[in-house]
Every structure is written in C-alpha cells, then in structure tokens.
Design a protein around this ligand. Sequence first.
Ligand code: ATP
Length: 343
Amino acid sequence: MPELDTDTTAPIPEEDPPWDAAIRLIAVTKHYPGPHGMVKAATDGIDLAVRPGEIFGLLGPNGAGKTTTIELLAGLRRPTSGTVLILGLDPAVKREEVRRQVAIQPQQAALFPQQTVAELLRVWASFYPAPETPEVIIGRIGLTDSRDVRVAKLSAGQRQRLLVGTALISHPQVLILDEPSTGLDPNARQELWSAIRGHRDGGGTVLLSTHSMAEAETLCDRVAVLHQGKVTACGAPRELIAHHAPEREVRFTVAIGTDLTALRAAEGVTRVESHDTADGTRVTVHTRDSDLVLRRLVGPLAATRIQLREAGLAAVFRHLTGVPFQSAAEAAPVDSDSEGATA
Ligand code: ATP
C-alpha cells in the first residue's frame, strides 16, 4: 500500500470564503448507528465552500461519505452536528425555497417507463413555474434522435442523461449530481459533460460526485478528495497534482549495458527502474524535474522511444487515501502514453 500523505492533508480552512458560497458545509458530521451500539461517522467534520458558477467534484473511495454529503445537501438527512447551506438556506428546513432553486439528480430515480423522452420532460416541466423548454433540454443532453423513444427502451446511458435532463428542466441555480457518468460510454459521457458545462457557462453551479478521474480532471474546476468522512484535499485538479503528486515519469530505451549511474544520482530523481527487452534496456525515471532529465541526461544516452508521463489525479487520490484508484489508467499523459510515441 502506498505511503499516506501525513503532512499535507490539511482540510480547507473553516473561516468564511471571500465570496458568497453557493454551497457551504461547516464542520458537518453525520453519524449512523453502527454494529454493537457503536456509531459510524459517515461524514466527520466536513468543511466545504463551493463558488457560484463553478463545477465542483467530490472524489473519494467507496464509503468516503460522498452520497451522505449529497443527501445532506438534498435535505434528505440532517447532520448530527454542523451547518449545511445551499444558497444560504438550510435544505432540511427551507425545503420549498431550496427545491425552487436547486435540482438534485440521484444515482437512481424512478421514471415512467411508458412515456417517451419528450413526454416525460414535458410532464416534468409542468411541475415548475418557469421551466426550460423540453426541446432545448433534449438537445443539450444529446437525445434528439431518441425524443420519441419510450423510457423503457432507452439504454442505460440514455436513461442517465435523461435523469440529468429532468434536473436541468427547472432552470436550477445549483445542480447536484450523484455519479452522473456511471455506465456511460465515451460519447454519451462527452454529451453529458457538455450539458453540465452549458449549465455552468450559463451562470449555474454544479456539485457532482464521481469515481472517474478523467471526469474530475477534465470537467471540474475544483475538487475535494474525501476519505473516511473527511476532506483531505481541496483545490483545482492542476494545483492538487502539483502539490501532492509532482513527480513525472520519463521513459526511454537505451542499449543494453548503458551506464545509468549519472541518471540515478541526478537531482530531483527519486527512482529509476530498468529492465532488458529485445530492443534494449527500457528505463523509467521518476523525477520532479523532467526538463533536466530530458535535456541533460537522456539526450547523451542516445535514447529512443522517449515518453513523458505526468501524474494525474489518480496519483493524488492514491497518495491521499492510500487506495489505488480503480481507473488509474485514466491518468492523463502529457505527450502520449502509447508505447513507441516519441517526445
Ligand atoms: P460509494 O462511492 O460507495 O457510493 P460514498 O462515498 O457515497 O460511497 P456513503 O454512501 O456516503 O459513501 O457512506 C459513507 C459511510 O456511511 C459508509 O461506511 C456507509 O456504510 C455508511 N452509511 C451510509 N448510509 C448509511 C445508513 N443509512 N446507515 C448506516 N450506515 C450508512
């Protein structure tokens, strides 16, 4: 198991942010009854502040407290202690006011199976005083070709996007999505992401939970990493990567027997791995200074098949939680992660 980050896991400060938060959690703890009369802290003193107009991601391994946080925001549960505010309102008390301005799409929701996509969105629109036009939402969620298909006949991915459409139809200021891209193929995921970006670009705020590092890195303006009910890091994906996982990997091939001593001793190099292959010795250098390694050290070695790979949020996640991320392969390469690509 990787070493846990012990010195840099400071949660964000408790003091009020210099802007009016769209979502604010202050020291929020939620206890559930556990076995043998014990209590289980699903959230344990969470502090979060989501800016208006940003896409904010909640990341964390199974059981980290993401769904509980969303249920607290939905007003479905009350915190054992602490304060939960959406647009300055307590969602468990000001239910109606919150419902008018906030849309929450749960992981699962019952939809009428015999209605078509267009019919269902029309019915949904009728629940709200100033809804978005169903046709606009259908376009935004990429279901134009399926507008007359019954809900029962939709694929899992189409159904998932329709759920997001039902959340968007009320013109919410704040959109909260629990693992919205689960089960979507890459195209459907792109459609969903553009719908979510469209909401943000129109001035809306989005909070979503996700298990996808690609989603967190590509879509989210900021993320919070939850672990065992606590916020262990919060910031823009690039900031978190620079702070918690600054190492890059430089890979290349050299002739078997090449002296790697200078490389191993170079400043910023933390680890060098090598193994012989049919084409030569394949070397992987872990370094905080990939420019130095590439310019001064790899060049003179007559290296081939040079690759540079940047750590992604998956490395941050592993570093902070000690849990290998299930889709670590999603970590984005800087140049290319396909063998044989040259830098
Ligand atoms: P996942 O990624 O698996 O959806 P999560 O981050 O959403 O996980 P939660 O569902 O919020 O995590 O669960 C946090 C902790 O609280 C877990 O240990 C879970 O077992 C526990 N928990 C959640 N709901 C309840 C409940 N109704 N009663 C008792 N314990 C619960």
